[in-house]
Design a protein around this ligand. Structure first.
Ligand SMILES: Cc1cc2nc3c(=O)[nH]c(=O)nc-3n(C[C@H](O)[C@H](O)[C@H](O)COP(=O)(O)OP(=O)(O)OC[C@H]3O[C@@H](n4cnc5c(N)ncnc54)[C@H](O)[C@@H]3O)c2cc1C
Ligand code: SF4
Length: 353
């Protein structure tokens, strides 16, 4: 039996100031960790992949609200559950790509437990990360990467390094990347706001670090800036091996701002499960501005986004799959189809004239 200390955080300041927790990444043995829904951390502890000395339970903190901001955006509490976020009327109507992405992930039971903050810090699903009997630089820095030359069907095609080819598994984060979300963090040093594209890291030579959080950082909120010009044409596409309960092989969040005469005023497209972080490239999105939403124009964006993609052999199939996912997600957005999975897909179907 491994003894684990447990403490309930009394308030936000105490949680952020008094406790030098490890962020949701970094060395896996020892240290203190926050626990929210527990759906990832407790699984990793059961598998002996993460072995904290102490858990600080943050569930009692008043961080579960979803509120509008002064500029018309939305502030999602870090402890709001994924299900409450996805079904919130403001999220469904004004940020439908986020509802669609959350509802494409996991199962209803898991979404009822999982929190927004925890979703950002869920760890890779690389099989070798979970297998403590084999080398893994993310789990044990310097030990090597078993996926390179091993089973790499689900691994990265963009932004990987010689030290790690893992992907970030979240669906929610792909939508947050497209929405230009901002992560609000509190620590002993004060508060700060991290733009979403700077929140997750590429592996480089420190694959043990998933995010740019520092020890002691508590995520308090995720801010969605207003993006109503995109809400009628936003969609989330998830490609997976099984119809339910599976992580994406490739996913794409697409958002289009279309003028009345059908010209693209702005476009955003983020890819999931292709890299160590959600993948966006504003230069590729800019190719669409001033053009019509045609498959040929969408294909150019796919080509630009995947230009530097490199496979490991077993995951080469992901490169054409991701290219096609870009085209299909943008086609769905143009047609007002919100999702290809679950309830929202059925609703989009029912709403067709
Ligand atoms: C069977 C299964 C299938 C799944 N399928 C999918 C899927 O298809 N798509 C998908 O996107 N996800 C999927 N998930 C992952 C699920 O979404 C995550 O496990 C969940 O979002 C994590 O949230 P949590 O609150 O339970 O986090 P926890 O497990 O409580 O915490 C995760 C990490 O975040 C840290 N943390 C939590 N909150 C904070 C905070 N406020 N500040 C700082 N650190 C914090 C913890 O210390 C820990 O390191 C699946 C999970 C399971 C078990
Ligand atoms: S890909 Fe990353 S997580 Fe997987 S074995 Fe290699 S170092 Fe570990």
């Amino acid at each position: 039996m491994t003894p684990i200390a447990y403490e309930k955080a009394a308030d936000i300041d105490a949680a952020a100031a008094g406790i030098q927790t490890m962020p949701g990444s970094g060395p896996v043995i020892g240290g203190i960790r926050f626990v929210a829904g527990g759906t990832n951390l407790l699984d990793l502890m059961k598998a002996q992949v993460m072995r904290p000395e102490k858990l600080v339970d943050i569930n009692g903190l008043p961080l579960d609200r979803i509120e509008t901001t002064e500029d018309g955006g939305l502030m999602l509490g870090a402890l709001a559950r994924n299900a409450d976020t996805a079904y919130h009327p403001m999220v469904r109507t004004r940020f439908p790509v986020l509802s669609a992405a959350i509802l494409a992930g996991a199962s209803p039971q898991l979404r009822n437990m999982a929190t927004n903050g925890g979703n950002l810090l869920q760890r890779t699903r690389c099989y070798y990360f979970y297998d403590t009997g084999v080398p893994c630089n993310k789990r044990t820095p310097g030990s090597g990467c078993s996926a390179i030359g091993g089973l790499s069907r689900q691994h990265a095609i963009l932004g990987a390094s010689e030290h790690c080819i893992a992907t970030h598994p979240s669906d929610m984060c792909v939508a947050l990347a497209a929405l230009d979300a901002r992560v609000h963090v509190k620590s002993a040093g004060g508060t700060r706001v991290i733009p979403f594209d700077q929140f997750h890291r590429l592996p480089g030579d420190r694959p043990d670090l998933d995010s740019t959080l520092e020890p002691g950082d508590l995520i308090t909120h995720i801010e969605l800036p207003p993006s109503d010009e995109f809400s009628a044409h936003s969609s989330y596409l998830k490609i997976r091996e099984r119809a339910s309960y599976a992580f994406a092989l490739v996913s794409a969040a697409a958002m289009l701002d279309l003028s009345e005469d059908g010209i693209i005023r702005a476009a955003r497209i983020a890819l999931g499960s292709v890299a160590h972080k959600p993948w966006r490239q504003p230069e590729a999105e800019a190719l669409l501005v001033g053009n019509r939403p045609t498959p040929e124009n969408f294909a150019q964006v796919g080509d630009a986004l995947l230009r530097d993609a490199v496979g490991q052999g077993a995951n080469d199939y992901k490169i054409p799959m991701a290219r096609r996912a870009v085209v299909r997600a943008l086609e769905m957005a143009a047609a007002g189809i919100r999702s290809n999975t679950g309830l929202l897909a059925a609703e989009s179907e029912a709403e067709k004239p």
